[in-house]
Design a protein around this ligand. Structure first.
Ligand SMILES: Cc1cc2nc3c(=O)[nH]c(=O)nc-3n(C[C@H](O)[C@H](O)[C@H](O)COP(=O)(O)O)c2cc1C
Length: 429
């Protein structure tokens, strides 16, 4: 408790007594064109592909999600037969490989997208721009791992290296990206559609925001992944030194949307080392509406962090395609553990909310969390972190106020809705 950076939530003399812990957030705004909003749990399973995960792991995660009424993100490996067995709510993630919605050349296929997206089990569509552990770095599932099942789920040939390019081919510019998101929303029958990213160049994030202001097209949600996020496989330099950590990425996204008065129509999800109720409380205080966990749920599946995910010889049957090794993961038993991990985490969150004298986790603000910043020196996060007021950035843009923070003063002018490249730099091939 004396360590620098130690944080706690202040309790109340008058704690509340809540009837349960099924905390939810409504995602999808009619003003955005969403006609099928989704009431999501404030805690869900983060994106992890079938392929990175075994069939047994997917079955257990989805079964647990079904039993607990929370969502299971498919990861960019698309929807497999194993996602459908238990019928747990799905967030379908679309990566640069367009798995499950691609044509023979690997480009986006509208027809195949509609076939998957209009299924009742699919509750939301998530466009993947990047994940924290390897932002700006594509992925490859080596040929020997591309089994018939994986090939069928992804719509790729069996036994051939399966590439996720480092960038998308369905759009080139921020404006085109929002038009693509709007198209996915329409083609899915009006389901909440958004994107996931790990913050990199601030001007690229600002370029997306400028495109929102220019076109009026808004995503229903944005998932911010921290550079501290996990992965099945990535070069060490990327896992250690590329992308913004979650706190900084989340604050920038929260502040920009609040400062532009766009926040009411866009929900924010957060992922990156979320394993307990206090992690969720803290991230909701920093501006998130819900949290996702990947490795937290892998622990519920029995992960011992053997760090063998990329070798195919996972000793616990979680990240292997070896049918013999998968026997180590007993699906029915792990369904219980996944469900219980979620239930107990939300129950602990309920107790934190009650102790603070609140009614819902969304009421937790930076004024409830304290951080030790020095010996004998503690500060409320509210007094420590730059938090923009509604419209504050718009006022600066329109010359009616000062730039609220250097990051806006320096990088907002460099951003363009017509390009991800900063203004004034030559466009390379
Ligand atoms: C085995 C594994 C596979 C993953 N696959 C994907 C993926 O396909 N798409 C994606 O956006 N993120 C993927 N991620 C990143 C997670 O969804 C998550 O954003 C990140 O790990 C942060 O969460 P954590 O700290 O709770 O693990 C993967 C992570 C792991 C551990």
């Amino acid at each position: 408790m004396q360590a620098l950076g130690y944080e706690w939530i202040n309790h109340s003399i008058a704690p509340t007594q809540l009837s349960g812990h099924d905390f939810r957030v409504d995602i999808g705004a009619a003003a955005n064109g969403c006609t099928q909003p989704y009431a999501a749990s404030v805690f869900n399973i983060s994106a992890m592909s079938f392929g990175a995960l075994s069939a047994h792991a997917v079955l257990a995660l989805n079964g647990g999600a079904k039993k607990g009424g929370f969502a299971h993100d498919t990861g960019e490996g698309s929807i497999s037969a194993h996602h459908r067995v238990h019928g747990g709510d799905l967030i379908w993630e679309i990566g640069s490989g367009y798995f499950g919605c691609r044509d023979e050349e690997g480009r986006f296929s509208e027809e195949r997208f509609i076939a998957n997206a209009t299924q009742a089990q699919v509750k939301m569509i998530e466009l993947k721009l990047s994940q924290g552990a390897k932002p700006g770095h594509g992925g490859v599932l080596p040929g020997p791992k591309v089994s018939a099942e994986i090939a069928a789920a992804r719509g790729v040939p069996e036994g051939v290296d399966c590439i996720s390019p480092a960038r998308h081919s369905a759009f080139e510019t921020p404006v085109q990206m929002l038009e693509f998101i709007d198209r996915l929303r329409r083609l899915s029958g009006g389901k909440p559609t958004g994107f996931k990213l790990c913050i990199g160049h601030p001007w690229e994030w600002f370029a997306i925001c400028k495109a929102m202001l220019q076109t009026g097209l808004l995503p229903d949600f944005i998932v911010v992944d921290g550079a501290e996020g996990g992965t099945g496989a990535a070069p060490l330099e990327f896992t250690d030194h590329v992308g913004a950590p979650l706190q900084e990425g989340l604050l920038l996204v929260r502040n920009t949307l609040v400062g532009l008065n766009l926040r009411p129509r866009i929900r924010i999800g957060a992922a990156g080392k979320v394993v307990g109720a206090f992690d969720i409380a803290r991230l909701l205080a920093l501006g998130a509406d819900w949290c996702n966990a990947a490795r937290g749920f892998m622990f519920a599946l029995g992960c011992i962090q053997a760090q063998a995910c990329h070798t195919g010889s996972c000793p616990t049957g979680i990240t292997t395609q070896d049918p013999r090794r998968q026997q180590a993961l007993v699906v029915d038993e792990k369904i219980e553990r996944v469900w219980r991990f979620h239930r107990n985490t939300l129950h602990a969150l309920q107790e934190l909310v009650q102790a603070a004298g609140l009614q819902h986790p969304r009421e937790i603000t930076p004024a409830h969390i304290v951080r030790r910043v020095g010996d004998g020196d503690v500060r409320l996060l509210a007094n420590r972190l730059p938090l923009l007021q509604p419209g504050e950035l718009l006022a600066a843009i329109e010359g009616r106020g000062d730039w609220p923070h250097n990051v806006f003063r320096l990088y907002w002018p460099m951003a363009s809705a017509q390009s991800f490249r900063p203004r004034g730099t030559a466009v390379s091939g």
